[in-house]
Design a protein around this ligand. Sequence first.
Ligand code: FDA
Length: 391
Amino acid sequence: PDLPDLLVVGSGFFGLTVAERCASELDLKVLVLDRRHHLGGNAYSEKEPTTGIEVHKYGAHLFHTSNQKVWDYVTRFTTFTGYQHRVFARYQGQVYSFPMNLGLINQFFGKAHTPEEARELIAKQASEFDTETAANLEEKAISLIGRPLYEAFVKGYTAKQWQTDPTELSPDIITRLPVRYTYDNRYFNDTYEGLPTDGYTAWLTRMADHPNIEVRLETDFFDQSNGVAEQFKGKVPIVYTGPIDEYFGNSEGRLSWRTVDLEQSVVDVDDFQGTSVVNANDEDLPYTRILEFKHFHPERVKTHLPGKTVIVHEYSRFAEEGDEPYYPINTAEDREKLLKYRELAKLEPMVLFGGRLGTYKYLDMHMAIGSALSMYENKLRPHFADGAELK
Ligand code: FDA
């Protein structure tokens, strides 16, 4: 069979950006493989069939960027709504404005503070520990925001996120715990923010919609039975966006990740919590937060079945073999393994590693797209257009 000019493993934002650029700009034939039954990687979304509400299947995805190049690129495939993300935090029977801001401070301490008064209060509470000598995450957090805010808004959430008591966690996990001395509770402060008007899957599908691009689903690059790897390795350039350790048969050991269990339910109320995300800060609530998807698209209210809503409880835990890897844990041991894998990757002929799994890095969507555009400009175009070596 005819070989493509380029093989892309993984149809997430990284893989599709590379495929789209090479197909559109260089007229290359690109084959994209994905082992899942759908394209789009973790940004994939679909409508919950009974309610018509769009659900992000791998956790909430909010698009935001200050990168003009990325914005100019993504707006070729989709328009964006005016959605601005805001998160609230539940603690001991109350719901607070979040991230920590003057509204939260006033509500929590039961008194109106001026910005100056609030600053003084938090500085005084934070003086209990010195940031430089903090021995663990708890001491570090207290040195930054004081014990009362730490105990309410960091302790339980962090313990659940890491399945570990914060006194046992490294102080290096946090560098900053920003407190805003204004009432600003916007989650992101990027130049551009919004949700794709027709949903993530429509956007991702348009990126792949090019006569030079073939997307082959339910096809694992490593599946011995279909022999994909043997068919292509060393014969065509490959952009690989799967897990880097898996590519090398975990020869240096597995890199560690956290995963999230997403428990979706349709409930019989029109509005469950009045907003899209409420964090669960109490330690005795087993989940870390509840998402309510209809609130991501208030403009679609007429298309949603009234009287029902879709909610998702999120539970965070360490990923085991077979779980979806979501957040790199990045211990010293992981960093050591990663360096070894990077050395191996350099030696691998005709293969470029990219994306969040291929680089073992948490990347927001705009970062994955930006880094794919750079790989195209700095490596793929010079190779295909000018015959430069592919490394
Ligand atoms: P991605 O993981 O999307 O795609 C990789 C693809 O490769 C997958 O489809 C996989 O099936 C495939 N693959 C792997 N191995 C393979 C093999 N051997 N053979 C065939 N296919 C293989 N970002 C943001 O900007 N705002 C947000 O709000 C969020 N929220 C968020 C929540 C959660 C829980 C997570 C985990 C992540 C986010 N993100 C995010 C980040 C976002 O998901 C991320 O930027 C993109 O998924 C990155 O795209 P990639 O293409 O790099 O990987």
